[in-house]
Ligand binder design. Structure first.
Ligand code: NDP
Length: 403
């Protein structure tokens, strides 16, 4: 997906970059011309159009700042993560993502008010993305070299691509966790840049743009507020850190901010009644997403909580129980359903003339379907017959009566 978006930025840059003023004054031109799915990337002979050292430096400094903020003993407590696979160790994590997000947003506004050209990030999106791609390459090679002695499969491409170490660390500093958080924070900052850019040339951002930014900010703030939930997520617990995962984490700012960029450039505005319907849909998605995640997390933390007194559960041989009541009795992954609805509401406000803003709901859909299957296989191995009973009781995987 990130490579596709990269090629789209080339198109965007080729047609809009220097002519942005002209582009944003012509809604029809921008939405039909520059964002057409059939547009072919325009390649420049000038290397500076793809990469400049200053942009690379800015991105690197920003990333180093995220690393420093993570290890500083402020903004959140130090907690134990899950037990590491095949080991008795529990790694420690500092839960200060919400604090770091806040610092980044405050920093953004300080920079904006001090007259720093934050909107140049939008003009230099292609160079920024190239810098991100380069950083990912550098990190992935360093990670491979660091772990090569105990390479996983012996196939160097496989080990470089899929990673060798689960949690590459230097003391408290956990590279996987920092990359994950930084990608998400970068996404929100990129949205703020897009809003600041919408103010350029005496314009104002549309309500549609502000609402989409609000949706995404709310999702991320929620994600970080309940940060302990991230520590038990599949990415942190099961996935090795290699090129593949680094791309998934560090390309987030360049792929996920596509809707706000589209709305900023095309100035597309949804009629208020459609916007209202999208807001309601977003809140429904959020209700399902937060309700089901909290229900499961609370149940795992304290199954004897009076909240679960009337819940029906299936006992398993591991001592853990499976919920069959509440959200987890409706389908096997109600949290994925909520996430998908939320993600769709990021794209719906962009209308139906352009495919690109729909790319990340589509990506999420494909990813969560695969993830649900993998998780189901693992639960089947872990819980055996109890899992089969659960699947028999709860027939639908993600979408009740459909899938
Ligand atoms: P989940 O939070 O869905 O956890 C799956 C685990 O829950 C299972 O392995 C099992 O673990 C437990 N479980 C399953 N069924 C039951 C049940 N009936 N009762 C009790 N426990 C059960 O995993 P993820 O890490 O994939 O997702 C976390 C969140 O992150 C989700 O909301 C997801 O949507 C979101 N996400 C968002 C992405 C994005 O890009 N926006 C990408 C990926 C995830 P055990 O029994 O061992 O506790």
């Amino acid at each position: 997906m990130s490579w596709y978006v990269y090629s789209r930025i080339l198109i965007d840059r080729g047609k809009c970059g220097r002519n942005l003023k002209r582009t944003i004054t012509s809604h029809n031109n921008a939405s039909k011309g520059n964002w057409s799915i059939l547009a072919v990337p325009r390649f420049h002979s000038d290397i500076n159009s793809y990469f400049d050292i200053k942009t690379f430096f800015i991105l690197t400094v920003w990333f180093v700042l995220q690393c420093i903020l993570y290890i500083l003993p402020v903004g959140g407590e130090l907690v134990d993560g899950l037990q590491i696979k095949d080991s008795r160790i529990r790694l420690k994590y500092r839960l200060n993502a919400f604090f770091v997000l806040t610092i980044n947003i405050i920093g953004f506004f300080i920079a904006l008010l001090s007259g720093i050209q934050v909107t140049s990030v939008s003009d230099k999106l292609l160079q920024m993305t190239t810098s991100g791609v380069l950083l990912i390459f550098v990190f992935s090679i360093l990670l491979y070299l660091r772990a090569n002695i105990s390479a996983k499969t012996g196939n160097c491409f496989n080990d470089w691509f899929n990673g060798v170490e689960l949690n590459p660390r230097w003391g408290l500093f956990d590279l996987k966790y920092v990359c994950f958080r930084s990608g998400i924070i970068g996404w929100i900052l990129m949205n703020f840049v897009n809003i600041a850019k919408a103010f350029d040339n005496g314009n104002r951002p549309s309500v549609t743009l502000l609402i989409v930014e609000g949706f995404q900010l709310m999702y991320v703030a929620d994600y970080f507020w309940f940060e302990d939930g991230i520590l038990v997520s599949r990415d942190i617990v099961h996935e090795y850190l290699g090129y593949n995962l680094l791309v998934q984490f560090l390309m987030i700012p360049f792929c996920f901010a596509v809707q706000t960029r589209y709305l900023m450039m095309t100035k597309y505005a949804l009629p208020w009644y459609c916007l209202l319907a999208v807001i309601i849909l977003n809140l429904i998605g959020y209700w399902i997403y937060r309700g089901s995640n909290s229900e499961k997390n609370n149940f795992r933390k304290n199954p004897n909580d009076p909240q679960f007194a009337d819940y029906e559960v299936i006992p398993t041989s591991t001592g853990k129980n499976l919920l069959v009541s509440g959200w987890w009795g409706i389908c096997r992954h109600p949290n994925y359903l909520g996430d998908l609805i939320i993600s769709l509401t990021y794209a719906l406000p962009t209308g139906f003339t352009c495919f690109l803003p729909y790319l990340n709901p589509l990506f999420l859909f494909v990813m969560l379907i695969g993830r649900e299957r993998t998780d189901g296989d693992e639960c089947s191995k872990r819980y055996g017959e109890a899992w089969q009973t659960y699947c028999h009781r709860v027939k639908y995987r993600i979408i009740p009566y459909v899938y």
